[in-house]
Design a protein around this ligand. Sequence first.
Ligand code: ADP
Ligand code: MG
Length: 701
Amino acid sequence: MPSVNLSTPIEYLKGVGQQKAEILKKELGIFTFSDLLHYYPFRYIDRTRFYKIREIHADLPAVQILGRVVSKEVIGDKRAKRLVAQLRDETGQIELVWFQSLRWVEKTLQVGAVYTVFGKPSEFGSKYSISHPELEAYNQNAAKTGNLSLQPVYNSTEKLKQSFLDSKGIQRLMAVLLEQIRKDIPETIPPYLLAKHRLIDRASSLCQIHFPASTEMLEAAKRRLKFEELFFIQLKLLRNKLVRTARFRGLVFGQVGQKFNEFYTTKLPFDLTNAQKRVLREIRQDTQKGVQMNRLLQGDVGSGKTVVALMTMLLAVDNGCQACLMAPTEILAKQHFASLRAMAGDGFVNISLLCGSTPRKERKILHEGLRTGVIDILVGTHALIEDEVQFKNLGLAVIDEQHRFGVEQRARLWRKNEVPPHVLVMTATPIPRTLAMTLYGDLDVSVIDELPQGRKPIKTLHLFESQRLRMFGFIRQEIAKGRQVYVVYPLIQESEKMDLLYLEAGIEAMSREFPLPDYRISIVHGKLKAADKDFEMQRFVKGETQIMVATTVIEVGVNVPNASVMVIENAERFGLSQLHQLRGRVGRGAEQSYCILMSGNKLSREGKIRLETMVRTNDGFEISETDLQLRGPGNIEGTQQSGVLDLKLADLSVDQHLLKEARAEVIDLFEKDPDLSSEDNRLLREYFMSRSGGIRWDKIS
Ligand code: ADP
Ligand code: MG
């Protein structure tokens, strides 16, 4: 027999053959022995316990019962012929029913004998029955020697089932496979780490995940395999970081100079929060080391990231460099530009704006200013990564709203200078810690987890359609106090037509309820031309209108401190992070702000949880955790290329401890043995060598 290994094509497995192989490939993407080995059960049937008949109800999954068959009879006419047996234990009686193979069952089933019965109970009239149960004559000794206690259940498909590859069929293949290759399953984690983290070896864990000897062994197997998944993602991420920092020298911002100090002492109109100070210290340390900074700055809306960005840019200027700030939309870029200018004041540093809409002539002047170094700080959209934009000495790139820019775009920024500029990525979308460790595992993370003093927490309430008049009344009150109000409608691609109808109806209702000349309304939605949108927006910003009816275009970046009410229509249709972002548009001034979530009466379970969460808390991190629990990492923006979706067993919403343990281990590991050259770490080194291209060891210092 030819020797087999994990990469042997699946058709060579005994019991597979050409035809089944084709189906396994097509239906499950199983091409090799290894693929099959990693096709894990999605659940297990617990055969370790026997149910009493009295405990049976229709909601149970398949259960195991021990009982005596007290009768059997074939009933019904030709078309609906069936065999019904009564099974009894000391607590009650249940029916066993067969529609097929009646002759055989009738012959073998012994009235008066005790059987182990296994199957899914269903309710039939007032009685319970199990159709086509698995039966086994009860044998005290056999039970003690322990048959399979937890039976694996595999996902199968119609096509697979037609080829006898239902869950049972796959289980049979798995048994054959493990028999053959068990001894050839290589270990991937060094023994000293297995011992340290109390992990069982790889071969055992793969055997146990398919055929657990006990619940405890199953848990141990899962833990080991989850750890492995998380560990290798971290190993890759942190390895990349190590290579990058070794490869890219960083500019040294050796001094805190005149601009930074002058801004801090004479221009800053408030005290920095402790969190802001801490982040600035972290940035200072990063930029002194001679290594390129790649730092993610997470902070809820309103936590004051902009001022941190500005002070970091001043630090660059003080050290003879230019800085840029890149925003995902033109509106946001303009807003940043305006607020940076307002903070810095005239003649302090030269701040310019570059957007897609910047006229050619102006652009030329800008380009010139950037090349000669007249411009200190450039604010803009994607336009500023275009090749014709060249800096004299770009020392820092700040990117706002990370998830809208890809890694590739970040890399283009790096190439804007001979020594790559430091990169500070800001995001107002709080990401659960576990996800951040995986998504941005190669970045350093700073968190502003404190709002500026005196900020009043936004009050959130949830109203149903029937309470609409209350909402109108409240808006009137706030406007009478001089405040402004947002009313936001969902505009979601798939059902755009319906959404537009809602929006139009909403605008009409608002215009009726809040008529001219007492009230003026701005209307902003994605269908407007950019110039019109801008005009409407500006009217609101300047306070010429009191109400802004809008779709989610305002989600990012509008800053009107006088706006104190955010009404969200059809709030149940928004995702949690979107609701949180929208709410963040208010609460920016000194006044008490409110968020009113309007919804229909019928809410899905998830919709209800979302709205309850919003009412309960203002904490973006708590909200993002709930979002992760509700939707899983696959639906959270930015996860697509991160590897978290390749996780087969580990679940970032549950396995936080294991992730932290794995990451801490990897950090420790690279500190002690950065190029994994010790004999102890041979397996890890081989892991990298086996990947295409391997690792550029020569680049590591
Ligand atoms: P973010 O970008 O994090 O959402 P901003 O930087 O726009 O937040 O800040 C929100 C508002 O809070 C701005 O008006 C800003 O001037 C103000 N602000 C920032 N830091 C402080 C602080 N330490 N004390 C008081 N107000 C602050
Ligand atoms: Mg901001």
